[in-house]
Ligand binder design. Sequence first.
Ligand code: GLY
Length: 374
Amino acid sequence: MSVAFDVRVDPPYPVRIGPGVAADVAAYVPGDAAILEDANVATPHGDAVAAALEAAGRRVVRLPIEPGEVSKSVATWESLLRRLAQVPFDRSVTIVAVGGGVTGDLAGFVAATYLRGVAWVNVPTSLLAMADAAIGGKTGLDLPEGKNLVGAFWQPRAVLMDVGALATLPDAAFREGLVEVAKHGLLADAALLEAVLDGTFGPDADAAAWTRWVAASVRVKADVVAADARETGGARATLNLGHTVGHALEAASGHALTHGEAVAWGLLYAAHLTHLHLHPETDGRDAARRLVRRVAPSPPPDVAWSDLQAYLRRDKKNRGGRIRWVMAPRPGAARVVEDVPAAVQEAAWEAFVEDVATLRDVRAVDRPERDGGA
Ligand code: GLY
């Protein structure tokens, strides 16, 4: 059982989701293949992709990448380009990315730039990459001055989400991915949100449930990307729900908080801000609290609102020095809001801090049970 649909950009490309779909990789690789793979998942995922390509008669060169954000560097990018040139591969090569978000971002940028652009196929192996980075063609690198400051929109030829890979994912990494899935639920799919919050979609579910809910999450992102592929309108910016304060907390913690943990807290802040600014009938704060309980993020850093301002001012959505906030008063109603008074932003922070204290108590009770079951 698998699900397939197109991401409707120009040209459209297929996403296939289900157990075992990576075994069909050769259908999307007509000639030589360079597999750029996270060294941590070379066995078994890279091996399986290489074996499928070799069985179909493709010439395969495997290029392992050191795991972690450190690989999204100009130095790693240059060394991969040089290795492709040394083989040498011509323009008929297909780059095949096997790994998480770092691998996909880097491999996609290698594909965007080698010989002025060659085709690539993405085989994401983490839930975070399936839910977010693998859809939408954002590729790129970090600079010492900041993350993702170099890059290109370069859409893949196909994305193969083999949910079998989720069975090998550590529990904490699964929970991180669930945060982006819940974000898509908050943006546009109430049933998806509930599946995360009640545990129907989680590490203990089966491959059929993983397929169904990963597909639901991907559909939300794919629809947004189809409406605003290059983030020139407001639609794609809504995918940043929870990320404004999330990124600030991640940076203020010195990256002790993972991205997913920081965004979970960022979603709680966004719910408080939406409550105070838009007074929606539905109470998004409750969903955000349930999400925090479900994914049990490490506590946010103990910082004052004023300490976060330097980070908030650098947010990539800002225009003309004004912070642009994403608010999702209910699924289907997400939008970017620019005119939020400073006093409301600060009041939302105070309410958030009070909430964090309550949730910490809850987590202290919840955690032993969760860790025992992990
Ligand atoms: N991760 C947000 C985007 O792809 O636009």
